[in-house]
Design a protein around this ligand. Structure first.
Ligand code: UD1
Length: 426
């Protein structure tokens, strides 16, 4: 296993190019299962999770070919309808094959994801939605076995909580259902807009893009897709926070500022200068003098889009350890998403957890000290990277395979910004 070593205290300065979004690429890859043919997906990030998803698709009979950031998926012949536990347990998003497989083949058998570091994360909405479309779902041996005789039937579906992958699964399944499906309280994340665009490009009929009510008019057939994955807003947000936390200045390019409204507002409230173009965001401090860099404590509450993203909560908390007063971080999406707090304590952070809230008493810019810490999940790991870059001295982060699930060329991108960071064998 490898660890990440960081010599902290060097301001990040320069430009970083943002990759395609992991959370958009995975549902687009799943959507190719809906119809036979050779699909073309562009701007697909090369990550542990996208590689795992390709393995899952290959297990189902799909043939894949990667040329640079273009991924060709040939779904002409499917030979299995089963997503096995070994794959699903390492990546919950494997559940995204459920909807397309039932819609196309009338059957899917997907292992239940089980618990993960950030909470229980059930898939009851996915199952309920498919049942509303006429599938019969049985739980057997840790698997959900979904069957439909004939095509699915359109229906009205309501989610108690807007689930991102739940919305994606139902959207995909409903494209080939008979009649009209209305999904109420759908999630509105930009990644869902990307999926809607792909499905419409394949011949699906969908109304309500970007809203919480999606209406899908089922069609008899779809055709292969040619679609571009949107830029990763979480990767962009992570680099912006890292630049600010180290007292640097820089620009993230090839991104969508309009997909990060809450983070950019929170950074401005903290005293950071933020400027946007159509596809880039620049952050800088009002004064380049480090003694004058005072970060204001800003409260955040994670919410479904366009609220503050839970996937940027841990990173923002790492930034807030540098503030000159205090703030409160409320996590409303996942019940166990403060795993990074104990690790940040090891670096000198003052954070007190009370249920779903964490109060952060800042130690000022450069106030953290490097320490050996352990990565626990993908986004918690990136908060430790940010803390390590900002801290004085050496930080060693073990279990970095978590980071490799979601950040393409992390070490190269940070090094180009002037960070002293490298991998070592543990
Ligand atoms: C997706 C993202 C993940 C992000 C999360 C929230 C992907 C691949 N992953 O995960 O990075 O952190 O959205 O923005 O896109 N819930 C249920 N029952 C269900 C489904 C969800 O109770 O059947 C609950 C969850 O426990 C959670 C909330 O709904 O409290 C939202 O979860 P959801 O949006 O489904 O998360 P994912 O789609 O798994």
């Amino acid at each position: 296993m490898e660890k990440l070593v960081i010599e902290g205290g060097h301001p990040l300065v320069g430009e970083v190019v943002i990759s395609g979004a992991k959370n958009a690429a995975l549902p687009l890859m799943a959507a190719t299962l809906l119809t036979p043919g050779r699909h073309c997906l562009r701007n697909v990030p090369d990550l542990r999770d996208t590689r795992t998803f390709i393995r899952l698709l290959e297990h189902l009979g799909v043939k894949s070919e990667r040329v640079g950031d273009i991924l060709y998926l040939d779904t002409t012949t499917l030979t299995s309808v089963e997503a096995p536990y070994d794959l699903v347990k390492t990546m919950r998003a494997s559940v995204l094959v459920l909807g397309p497989l039932v819609a196309r083949l009338g059957r899917a058998k997907v292992s239940l994801p089980g618990g993960c570091a950030i909470g229980a994360r059930p898939i009851d909405f996915h199952i309920m939605g498919l049942e509303r479309l006429g599938a019969i779902c049985n739980l057997d041996g840790g698997y959900v076995d979904a069957n439909s005789s004939g095509s699915l039937q359109g229906n009205v579906i309501y989610f108690d909580i807007p689930s991102v992958t739940g919305t994606e699964n139902i959207l995909m399944a409903a494209t080939l259902a008979t009649g009209e499906t209305v999904l109420n309280n759908a999630a509105k994340e930009p990644e869902i807009g990307n999926l809607v665009d792909m499905l419409v490009g394949m011949g699906a009929k969908i109304e309500g893009r970007g809203t919480d009510t999606l209406t899908i008019h089922g069609v008899d057939e779809l055709h292969p897709a040619d679609c571009v994955v949107i830029p990763d807003r979480i990767e962009a947000g992570t680099y912006l926070i890292a630049i600010v936390a180290t007292g640097g200045h820089g620009t993230v390019t090839h991104c969508r500022p309009d997909h990060l409204p809450s983070l950019l507002e929170k950074l401005r409230m903290a005293g950071v200068l933020v400027t946007e173009t159509k596809d880039s965001i620049t952050v800088e401090w009002p004064s380049a003098d480090k003694t004058e860099m005072k970060l204001k404590g800003v409260d955040i509450t994670t919410m479904p889009y366009p609220g503050y993203p839970t996937d940027l909560q841990a990173q923002f908390m790492a930034l807030m350890t540098q503030c000159s007063d205090s703030c409160v971080v409320n996590e409303t999406i996942f019940e166990n998403r403060f795993m990074h707090v104990a690790e940040l304590h090891r670096m000198g952070a003052n954070i007190r957890i009370d249920g779903h809230s964490a109060r952060v008493d800042g130690c000022g810019m450069g106030g953290l000290k490097g320490a050996p810490v352990m990565a626990t999940d993908l986004r918690a790991s990136s908060s430790l990277v940010i803390a390590g870059l900002a801290a004085a001295g050496r930080t060693e982060i073990s279990r970095i395979y978590h980071l490799e699930r979601g950040y393409e060329n992390l070490v190269d991108k940070l090094t180009k910004l002037g960070a002293k960071v490298w991998k070592e064998d543990e």
